[in-house]
Design a protein around this ligand. Structure first.
Ligand code: GLU
Ligand code: ZN
Length: 322
């Protein structure tokens, strides 16, 4: 029997969703529905207090406004909070402890400055690659804490061959641990890292396919390494999609207020126009026209998306507002 397909939408409610977020969510939703799969809604709100309850509600309401739906998580009949990462810190900590007991995690007392100043540090996708300064440096977390003036982080001791996976959009990917370095599992402010929380959640929630922005392609290598170390089942299919850029050619961000779904909704934009623009930008429909997520399901193909970022112009925005 084939494993049932389960996709997920994983907003971080630290700001309002914009067209770029919406496009990734639409594509993730279409991919799961095209495979007759379930969709899980997960709220990635570890970073409190940046993630606010009103932003969580806004994200859910805006995705519903666009016509997306989901089968598990908030607004889908599950107890409030079960799919909110901030309620699951204990579970993440348990996984950290398993890694530490296996000798696969170590305390690190380096500040960001220390890492930047480590002379030979090459640069990876997220700034300087951590050079492994604290590997074997401390006997225990307590000792590290006592002998340095700061609360240590925990890092993953990442060794072994390059991590390889097939990306449905980018093709075959292979990334050696040394290219990214030992990454943080637990932060110095005593919260799990994105990498650890996402790995645990995708496994626990039975996610079989992940579609997200191409900035996270290298994080998939990190997460696959963690699945291996934790003995957890990893998602089978991955797709890292291009971004939406603002008219200045910058990756869309919170500063672009007029590209926020909240703004579009408040100014009376028809959600079918938003979906139409996003679908057209991703090569899913030939002409720019209003569309619903549902009608895009039968013909959805990941191969149409291509690798180019999409630039939203003032003309596109004017079309949304007509
Ligand atoms: N929560 C992340 C975001 O909103 C997505 C992380 C993921 O898909 O793994 O950008
Ligand atoms: Zn260190």
């Amino acid at each position: 029997m084939n494993t049932p397909v389960v996709g997920r939408l994983a907003p971080t409610p630290s700001g309002y969703l914009h067209l770029g977020n919406a496009r990734s969510f639409l594509l993730a939703w279409l991919w799961a529905r095209r495979e007759h799969g379930r969709v899980v809604m997960r709220i990635e709100d570890i970073d409190r207090p940046r993630c606010k309850p009103e932003l969580r509600e806004a994200a859910l309401a805006e995705l519903e406004w666009l016509g997306l739906d989901w089968d598990a998580g908030p607004h889908a009949g599950d107890p409030p909070g079960d799919f909110d990462q901030h309620t699951r810190i204990k579970e993440y900590r348990g996984h950290l402890q398993r890694l530490a007991s296996a000798g696969l995690a170590y305390p690190c007392t380096c500040s960001r400055r220390d890492v930047e100043e480590a002379a030979s540090a090459p640069h990876g996708d997220e700034g300087p690659v951590y050079p492994g300064t604290c590997r074997g440096r401390w006997d225990s977390f307590e000792q590290a804490k006592a002998e340095s003036s700061i609360t240590p982080a925990w890092r993953f001791k990442w060794e072994g061959p390059p991590v390889q996976f097939h990306d449905e959009v980018q093709g075959d990917v292979a990334i050696a641990p040394s290219r990214l370095g030992d990454f943080v599992l637990w932060r110095r402010d005593d919260l799990p890292s994105y990498q650890l929380a996402v790995t645990v959640d995708d496994a626990v929630q039975g996610i079989t396919q992940v579609l997200r922005g191409h900035d996270l392609t290298s994080s998939t290598a990190r997460q696959l390494a963690l699945y291996g170390a934790l003995g957890l089942t990893a998602p089978k299919h991955w797709a890292h999609v291009p971004f939406v850029q603002d008219s200045q050619g910058r990756r869309m961000a919170k500063r672009d207020g007029d590209l926020a779904l909240a703004y579009l909704r408040e100014t009376g934009v028809d959600p079918a126009r938003v979906i139409g623009l996003l679908a057209w930008s991703a090569g899913l429909i030939k002409d720019l026209r209003p569309a619903t997520p549902q009608e895009l399901v039968p013909d959805f193909e990941l191969t149409r998306i291509g690798r180019e970022d999409f630039v939203v112009t003032p003309e596109h925005l004017a079309w949304l507002q007509t």
